[in-house]
Design a protein around this ligand. Structure first.
Ligand SMILES: NC(=O)c1ccc[n+]([C@@H]2O[C@H](COP(=O)([O-])OP(=O)(O)OC[C@H]3O[C@@H](n4cnc5c(N)ncnc54)[C@H](OP(=O)(O)O)[C@@H]3O)[C@@H](O)[C@H]2O)c1
Length: 286
């Protein structure tokens, strides 16, 4: 079976490619810049040059594929990118299995644009007539890696999350789910909210990091507007900074603390705890 993977150089795509190769599948990775994706080729993936904004490149990428995994960057053009991807799949005339990365809380009615984009594209996929599965993970443990420098240098991280609790999840577990769903039947026509095993506030996250790292780590609450300013200062495009700010506000207002059994149900393994994630990444925060 040949599986096409988009976003293959990113946080989730890279993990999914590695899982599929380990499971003995043939993987074709859609990449914008093949020389920058050497690691994927070395791992055994076939690289195909393409861009989600270039419909013709996608049609070519789908040639000979039996299934495809879609994940893409947070971007103002996301909906158009997904339409190009789906058109490429439909143009093959085959009943390709499509597994789409979405997000917990996705809805066309969400106050946050990123969740509306996912809601809209999830609906487009469900209406496509192709066998599909939608994965809706909660926020990743791996997002804490964005704060690695301030944790290392100041023993602190800064987020506009108030006291909100979230059932945060490990990207490695999501990749196990994606790999299983891509390679096994029985998940078609379904959407799964994917969460970790606990609902954590960022005060809880700080407590676990302190215990695992053996040094005090403090969560400093900041207003959403300050977080947006900080993202803009790092050079993040304005749309992205505003859209991520909206997400933070949605997380605080709505919560997203529900725990689901999707990881255990689909992979047969218990989800990774945040403490285990912290141990596995301790050197990055120390
Ligand atoms: N962060 C969270 O907690 C969270 C939770 C739930 C859902 N999500 C969703 O997860 C998705 C992001 O996943 P991620 O964190 O794994 O992504 P990521 O690490 O940001 O990687 C994005 C990928 O998209 C590729 N890409 C960017 N522009 C492209 C284009 N024009 N054509 C083709 N490929 C392009 C990038 O390739 P290059 O190497 O060429 O740049 C990269 O491989 C978003 O949809 C987000 O809403 C995130």
């Amino acid at each position: 079976m040949m599986i096409l993977v988009t976003g293959a150089t990113g946080t989730n795509g890279r993990e999914v490619v590695n899982r599929l190769i380990a499971a003995g599948q043939a993987v074709r990775a859609l990449v914008r810049d093949p020389p920058k994706a050497r690691e994927l080729a070395d791992a055994g993936a076939e690289l195909v040059r393409g861009d989600l904004g270039d419909a013709a490149s996608l049609k070519a990428a789908f040639s000979g594929a039996d299934a495809a995994f879609f994940v893409a960057a947070v971007d103002a053009r996301f909906v158009g990118w997904f339409r190009n991807f789906l058109d490429g799949a439909l143009a093959t005339g085959k009943q390709l299995r499509i597994v789409k990365f979405s997000g917990m809380g996705s809805s066309v009615d969400s106050p946050a644009e990123i969740m509306r984009q996912h809601g809209q594209t999830d609906e487009v996929l469900a209406a496509s007539g192709l066998p599909y599965t939608i994965l809706r993970p909660n926020a990743f443990y791996q997002n804490m890696l964005w704060s690695a420098q301030s944790i290392k240098e100041q023993g602190a991280f800064y987020l506009p999350m108030g006291n909100a609790r979230q059932s945060l999840v490990d990207v490695r577990d999501i990749a196990n789910v994606a790999s299983r769903v891509l390679t096994t039947g029985g998940y078609e026509g379904k959407a799964y909210d994917i969460t970790g095993p606990e609902s954590l506030s960022y005060h809880d996250v700080a407590k676990t990091l302190s215990a695992v790292l053996g040094k005090p780590v403090k969560y400093v609450e900041v207003p959403a507007a300050a977080a947006v300013d900080a993202m803009l200062k790092t050079g993040m495009p304005e749309w992205n900074a505003r859209a991520v700010g909206e997400l933070y506000t949605a997380f605080v207002e709505r919560g997203y603390a529900e725990i689901t059994s999707a990881i255990e149900e689909i992979t047969g393994r218990a989800p990774t705890s945040f403490e285990q994630f912290a141990r596995d990444h301790a050197s990055v925060f120390q």
